[in-house]
Design a protein around this ligand. Structure first.
Ligand code: TYD
Ligand code: MG
Length: 451
């Protein structure tokens, strides 16, 4: 019988300590150190491997063969896009997100449409609960197996019996391995069960998708090392009051992290949104003052986003500035630029800014749309609905160029916009566009062009 060994782990950052302390000296959190039993046994749960102890040999890089078929098409275009073209064989993908955002729905939906044998292991819901959920979703894959189990040893037994092509674990925080005695969800259990699954994935070239909980700070619960261990970390986000969900890659060993997938949560599951611009711009019969449309890029995808501003006389001494979906500090900066460089008296006004659709925008190209919507609300004069904007605003009141402006112009053109305002300093490939390109270089020009 091996000697029982215990160590102290910080439940916040995963740091290992030799003894208990009130405060973790790594992440400075109080009361997070917990003693966990780690019974070091020699055997790992997944031990099917190498019949002979082969030693890996180095190969010349040109001699290493790869074939593109090593990716599995998930039959879900948005997910494929974010993964960089499909699930790579033998890869570990971790999907994190707030509770109730739709992680289980997304993965179950993929399991039900992919034309591969999937083993969906759930430690959170019973088989009949999953069946009930599946009834609501489009179901074409009859090869989808559902297992409710939390012990990795039993999961591996089922895997050996059923030989699935893809394994899904919902969620990593519910898993437990026999080799360790800590409770499920603890740092050492998460680390150990993930290590076992990685070993399985790499040895059998089976892709594994892990669903993970996130902490209140928004990071994936468990040791940070979990994110280092897996190949792909996906984040599923969105506002629970809105129906749109965004899937982003935080880390991807097989593709770009700039890509993004957009879904809409419906009664029958998640619908892939192929043309996001159409849903992000609200349908109106008449133009209203205070709205402007920005041609932004999220990753490689152009997105037309509606910005709404409300400028009104401040009731209290200090004017209020409030934003949804846009950085408040950046709004303050833009207001200061408007005040200083263009003489607009906004200092005594409340300014509210809202990005439609419950999404948040980081692309600086939205700045010009922000400026336009503020000016429009201040003047109480509407901007024509077929006008859009793409430029960054600098501290000197200059209108700065943005990257990949042609792609933005083409998207605006495709969606039927008549005019787009961009920086004079942008190099625009000269060809015939079906949209009028308005060039501006200073904040004052913007005002003159619009009103
Ligand atoms: P779920 O996938 O259980 O979230 P997570 O696994 O991330 O915790 O998502 C649950 C939410 O999704 C729930 O609040 C209801 C909603 N939903 C729909 O709107 N339509 C559907 O068809 C399904 C299955 C869920
Ligand atoms: Mg779930």
């Amino acid at each position: 019988m091996a000697k029982t060994k215990t160590t102290f782990f910080c439940q916040n950052c995963g740091a290992q300590h030799a003894q208990w302390a009130g405060k973790c000296n790594v992440c400075n959190e109080w009361n997070t150190i917990v003693e966990e039993v780690i019974q070091k046994e020699e055997k790992r749960a997944w031990k099917q491997s190498s019949p002979s102890k082969k030693v890996a040999k180095p190969l010349k890089i040109n001699d290493i063969a790869i074939n593109e078929e090593d990716r599995i098409d998930t039959q879900n275009n948005e997910l494929n896009r974010v993964l960089g073209g499909g699930l790579v064989k033998g890869s570990m993908t971790l999907l994190g997100g707030e509770p109730g955002i739709g992680k289980s729905t997304l993965i179950l939906q993929v399991a039900l449409t992919i034309d591969k044998k999937v083993l969906y292991v759930s430690g959170e819901e019973s088989q009949s609960q999953i069946k009930m959920r599946a009834e609501r979703l489009k179901n074409t894959n009859t090869e989808c197996l559902i297992l409710t189990e939390t012990k990795t040893q039993n999961i591996f037994k089922s895997i050996e019996e059923t030989q699935p092509d893809v394994v899904v674990i919902d969620s990593i925080q519910t898993l437990q391995t026999d080799t360790i005695e800590a409770s499920p969800g603890s740092i050492s259990q998460i680390r150990e069960t993930t290590a076992e699954l990685i070993k399985f994935a790499k040895e059998t070239a089976t892709p594994v998708i892990l669903i993970g909980h996130i902490t209140k700070e928004g990071t994936i619960a468990g040791p940070k090392i979990l994110e280092h261990m897996v190949d792909v970390v996906l984040q599923f986000e969105g506002d629970r009051n809105h129906t749109y969900r965004i899937l982003r890659a935080q880390k991807n060993r097989f593709g770009s992290t700039a890509e993004l997938g957009i879904y809409e949560m419906q009664g029958s599951g998640l619908r892939e949104v192929e043309n996001p611009s159409e849903i992000l711009i609200s349908e109106k019969d008449e133009s209203l003052s205070g709205t402007a449309i920005g041609a932004t890029l999220e990753g490689m995808r152009p997105l037309m986003i509606e910005v709404q501003a409300l400028v009104s006389t401040a009731v209290y001494g200090t004017p209020q500035r409030s934003t949804t979906g846009y950085n408040t500090k950046r709004l303050n900066m833009i207001l200061a630029v408007l005040e200083k460089r263009a003489g607009f008296r906004l200092g005594a006004k409340d300014v509210f800014l809202n990005i439609a659709g419950g999404i948040s925008v980081d692309d600086p190209a939205i700045d010009l749309a922000v400026v336009a919507s503020i000016l429009s609300s201040n003047e109480d004069e509407a901007i024509p609905q077929d006008y859009c904007f793409a430029a960054e605003v600098g501290l000197a009141g200059e209108i700065r160029p943005v990257n990949r402006v042609e792609q933005r112009i083409l998207e605006a053109e495709k969606l039927g916009f008549q005019k787009i305002m961009v920086s004079k300093y942008n190099k625009i490939p000269s060809k015939k566009y079906n949209i009028k390109i308005v060039l501006v270089s200073k904040i004052e020009d913007v005002y003159q062009q619009l009103f």
